[in-house]
Design a protein around this ligand. Sequence first.
Ligand SMILES: [Zn+2]
Length: 302
Amino acid sequence: MSFSSDIKEELCELQPASACCKKAEALGMLIFGRAFSLSEMTFMTELNCVAMHYCNLIYELTGVTPVISYSKAGNHKVRIDTREDRKKILEFFGYTGKEISLSINFANFENTEESCCFSAFLRGAFLVCGSITNPEKEYHLEFSISRIKLASEFTSVLNEIELNMKSLTRNNAKIIYCKEADTIEDCLGRIGATKSFFFMMETRAMKQVKNKINRRTNFEAANLSRTIEAGIAQIELIEHILSKIKLTDMTEDLAELCTLRLENPEASIDELGKMMSPPLSRSAVSRRLKKLKDIKEEIDNR
Ligand SMILES: [Zn+2]
């Protein structure tokens, strides 16, 4: 199941908060469907719950029972079969069915003060033409609308409820989209998908923690590689010295450091210091390493 399907299942179980919103939600499903006219009224969905939700809403509001058929690909095609029923539905929502270009009939938004009907309309639209990518992958919300005029009116509805989105054209359809996690969360909250809203919030929080851990791991890996590089350089230095003079010719403390370094190539300066007897501080070990460098220079200049 995709994240979009999860959201849609959640939405189909909701009961609209107010009776006024049913009309707005049904309108959102009708006009963003495949056809909404006197000659054809159809809508396609992969989800049985969405098809049933549509049928229930239309029946409750207008008394018309839509017909569902199934394509081979498993899609549900929901349609209003008779011209008489289509006319009834169109009239209920204030349309004649002869409109040259379809637009949103705002008279269906009964309660404009509380904007509840805008949210319900948005929910209906999301059910038929919206999708949200799983936030674990990326933040992406989009509505795909095939009629240009409807798309621009829909954008103004979104602006009305402070959901600012971008748009582009893809395959002759207007895509209204958003990649801002905050806006996508607002949209989920608006349409009443509370469970999905919390899932998205948790996913974002987990992502932030993972990023922090990754940054720390990278930092530690960089430190480790610096330690190893330093160890290799010191071993080369010691081997160079030992090619000219014997370990026993060195002072005892320098000989001990050389032996420990050769035996522990990956140890940090701190760790080397702790191995010495008696243990030495980091700066004391560094001073001895400096002495080794001086010895090398002396040998080279001889
Ligand atoms: Zn309402």
